[in-house]
Design a protein around this ligand. Structure first.
Ligand SMILES: NC(=O)c1ccc[n+]([C@@H]2O[C@H](COP(=O)([O-])OP(=O)(O)OC[C@H]3O[C@@H](n4cnc5c(N)ncnc54)[C@H](OP(=O)(O)O)[C@@H]3O)[C@@H](O)[C@H]2O)c1
Length: 208
């Protein structure tokens, strides 16, 4: 599959490398594609482009940008380039404010998640929440003594979730489909829960 990754942080680069490892073609998109030079050196065959170029390239897209600018990045990608495509949404609506006793602050509330807002803004894209509640180093084929970890996903399109479940199988995850897009109200805060342990114990290698 051709995969367009929107985002050059640790998540975009890790998932981009993961898709390449599993035999997919990958282009990572950025406002400044030149910043991907190092990633391309280390990931033979990987390509870089603007957000719009990566979105046009991908049959399947991954959204891996800062939550506060997710809408902006998708506008740069172009609504036409998203239409009809599965968009794996790894973002979290983390506010630009420090955590309180290790509890992250969100700019959304419990009755409307970030993914719902994005799905409303880009109704023809087929968003599936995934990869938001685990650290980047454990996203691709993680190994745990206790067995396969569980990835909670949701989205309004059953076929899109089926495709993402196939990818999660490749990436070594058991998938728990929590239902429609509204379930992102519960899945996005799993990142808060995941981070609480990290901040408290300075251990970041866990997964649900
Ligand atoms: N870090 C983790 O382990 C982890 C785990 C799970 C989920 N997440 C979530 O995954 C997402 C990505 O996290 P990250 O740590 O990899 O990276 P990040 O630092 O949160 O985001 C980096 C990306 O945001 C883009 N960006 C920043 N300002 C922008 C703007 N004004 N307009 C358009 N794009 C802009 C950057 O684009 P340019 O390339 O153009 O600079 C870059 O690609 C976040 O929502 C995060 O909450 C992170």
């Amino acid at each position: 599959m051709r995969v367009g990754v929107l985002g050059t942080g640790v998540v975009g680069e890790t998932l981009g490398s993961g898709f390449l490892k599993h035999g997919h073609a990958v282009m990572i998109g950025s406002r400044s594609p030149e910043k991907l030079a190092e990633w391309m050196k280390e990931n033979s065959g990987g390509e870089s482009g603007t957000f719009a170029e990566a979105a046009a390239f991908g049959e399947l897209l991954v959204l891996a940008v800062k939550g506060t600018v997710a809408s902006e990045a998708l506008l740069l990608a172009g609504a036409d380039n998203l239409a009809g495509k599965v968009v794996i949404d790894a973002t979290n609506p983390i506010a630009d404010k420090p955590p309180v006793n290790g509890v992250l602050r969100f700019f959304t509330d419990l009755n409307e998640s970030l993914m719902e807002k994005l799905q409303k803004q880009f109704p023809e894209a087929r968003f599936v929440k995934a990869f938001n509640s685990v650290g980047a180093p454990k996203m691709v084929n993680p190994e745990f003594a206790s067995g396969k970890p569980t990835m909670f996903i949701c989205g309004h399109d059953a076929d899109a979730k089926k495709k993402v479940t196939g990818i999660l199988d490749q990436f070594g995850w058991e998938t728990a489909d929590m239902g429609a897009v509204e379930a992102a109200r519960a899945i996005e805060p799993l990142c808060m829960l995941w981070c609480i342990r990290g901040f408290a114990q300075n251990q970041w290698g866990h997964a649900f």
